[in-house]
Design a protein around this ligand. Structure first.
Ligand SMILES: C=CCO[C@@H]1O[C@H](CO)[C@@H](O[C@@H]2O[C@H](CO)[C@H](O)[C@H](OCc3cn(-c4n[nH]c(N)n4)nn3)[C@H]2O)[C@H](O)[C@H]1NC(C)=O
Length: 134
């Protein structure tokens, strides 16, 4: 069951997007997807508490014409069940810079070459609170 979907956005390179939500108690996994559509994702940001064989691991990937790209894994996992979390995203033609809670940064290459972000959707165990430009 998909969560919140935001469309018709026009987030330009260099603008910083803040996604805030409540991580559910007993959370297994949540995903924040940014791009053009469900099948063209600049970034799929998947926080896995315990999912797909991963424990407390962030899996990032891109999607083009419905096909997954190359995963990037991050073991700095600053999310806790039952707390509010905010993740910041800044992108340009080269990469997406992800700022995690506690300000650790992860860089993910822009494989899609997408310039503007028009679509954001949140799936899984994160109750959406806000999406803002900061
Ligand atoms: C070792 C066996 C083959 O590799 C595995 O292949 C799986 C299937 O492709 C990989 O999982 C997918 O990884 C994708 C990113 O590369 C996506 O995370 C995909 O899930 C899409 C998704 C998750 N969610 C979601 N998150 N939380 C909830 N409730 N829903 N919504 N859409 C996952 O099903 C999984 O990450 C991958 N594992 C490794 C170690 O490569």
């Amino acid at each position: 069951m998909p969560g919140i979907v935001c469309t018709n956005l026009n987030i330009a390179p260099g603008q910083r997007v803040a996604v805030k939500g409540d991580v559910l108690p007993g959370a297994k996994s949540f995903a924040i997807n940014l791009g053009k559509s469900p099948d063209v994702l600049l970034l799929h940001f998947n926080a896995r508490f315990d999912a797909h064989g991963d424990v407390k691991t962030i899996v990032c990937n891109s999607k083009n014409k419905g096909q997954w790209g190359k995963e990037l894994r991050e073991t700095n996992f600053p999310f806790q069940e039952g707390t509010t979390a905010e993740v910041l995203f800044t992108h340009d033609k080269k990469e997406v810079i992800i700022t995690l809670p506690g300000n650790h940064q992860v860089k993910f290459p822009n494989e899609t070459g997408l310039e503007n972000i028009e679509f954001v959707c949140i799936d899984g165990d994160l109750n959406f609170r806000s999406l803002s430009l900061v």
